[in-house]
Design a protein around this ligand. Structure first.
Ligand code: AHM
Ligand code: MG
Length: 337
């Protein structure tokens, strides 16, 4: 048999984003490409640390102190530091908001650029010790005309984001990105140290067969959520019920939803009015990607990307996924009960 020759024309993430910038013509300065390069580097670094932590955990050294006698830095704190340092040093940012930090970081004038990055450096961290997939989620705004970079620059609806994405740390690292012109997926080629385009133009199927909710919260669910879930678990005669898949790691649950279709939900309920997920750096980026892939993202009563945030760490109810599935859910929210 003939040997398969390696491709000599790799489409790396940087090449792909650059091509996109060229397409936009003179309006693009290349700054976004440079910012995305910085983000890629943080994802590679975090991926390495996640892998190391998993190995340490497998051989049973977790919780032990290192040679200097210091406690191992928690992976989520480490990931936050990696991102803050790299984003500041990129010279392309003005405001940073991280799930790990109470306050926004305003970048000093010397290093100030025109972008604001909102991020969850390591989402799903409760899953780390079990080796389950976790990820980094990020969204990017451009500072407003005339602004030097203030918190108000990120208290804007999600549809004003210029880019959003996540990196999932699993058996490989997968970076899924949208700059507002569809969604593309890249896989880290460890030997090259580059993210390679492996999932061009991701389109979420218009209907799926999977629902992804934490049904342990059922006793708190509002009626529309409960009624919708019942409708897919006990469908009309002749139809098959949906399958349940819930990892409890938003990046992994949304990644599967984008690729296979279906619906992911973390609703507002009787205990938590706005659910659990954070608007700026969890709901917005995932809603942006979902819409860019042809799906829908709603709170049940309105489009997520239209919400105007009033504080950086606020939460919001989330339902996202295949267009037809989310529309089915919305019918239950629109019927007065
Ligand atoms: P975290 O930011 O503390 O890691 O929490 C966010 C995670 C999401 O990844 C996931 O969708 C959700 O929490 C799961 O919550 P629950 O365990 O309540 O189902
Ligand atoms: Mg989180």
């Amino acid at each position: 048999a003939e040997e398969q020759l390696p491709s000599t024309d790799l489409i790396t993430l940087t090449r792909h984003v650059l091509a996109e910038q060229f397409r936009l013509g003179s309006a693009a300065t290349g700054d976004l490409t440079l910012l995305l390069t910085a983000i890629q580097v943080t994802s590679k670094f975090i991926a390495t640390n996640v892998r190391k932590a998993r190995l340490i955990n497998l051989v049973g050294l977790a919780g032990e102190t290192n040679v200097q006698g210091e406690e191992q830095k928690k992976l989520d704190v480490l990931s936050n530091d990696i991102m803050v340092n790299a984003l500041r040093a990129s010279g392309k940012t003005a405001v940073l908001v991280s799930e790990e930090l109470d306050d926004a970081i305003i970048i000093e004038e010397k290093l100030r650029g025109k972008y604001c990055v909102v991020f969850d450096p390591l989402d799903g961290s409760s899953n780390i010790d079990a080796g389950v997939n976790i990820g980094t989620i990020f969204g990017i705004y451009q500072i407003q005309e005339g602004s030097e970079g203030v918190v108000a620059d990120v208290l804007r609806p999600g549809h004003e984001m210029v880019a959003a994405g996540y990196t999932m740390y699993g058996s490989s690292a997968n970076l899924v990105l949208s700059t507002g012109n569809g969604v593309n997926g890249y896989t880290l080629d460890a030997s090259l140290g580059e993210f390679i385009l492996t999932h061009p133009n991701i389109q979420i199927p218009s209907r799926g067969k999977i629902y992804s909710f934490n049904e342990g919260n059922s006793m708190y669910f509002h009626e529309p959520t409960t009624n919708y879930l019942n409708s897919i678990k006990f469908p009309a005669a002749g139809k098959s019920p949906y399958s349940a898949r819930y990892i409890g790691s938003m990046v992994a649950d949304v990644h599967r939803t984008l690729l296979y279709g279906g619906i992911f939900g973390y609703p507002g309920d009787k205990k938590s009015k706005n659910g659990k997920l954070r608007l700026l750096y969890e709901a917005f980026p995932m809603a942006f990607l979902t819409e860019q892939a042809g799906g829908l993202a709603t709170t049940g009563t309105g489009r997520i990307l239209d919400i105007v945030p009033t504080s950086i760490h606020e939460r919001c109810p989330v339902f996202l996924g295949s267009k037809d599935d989310v529309e089915d859910l919305l019918k239950f929210y629109q019927t007065p009960s």
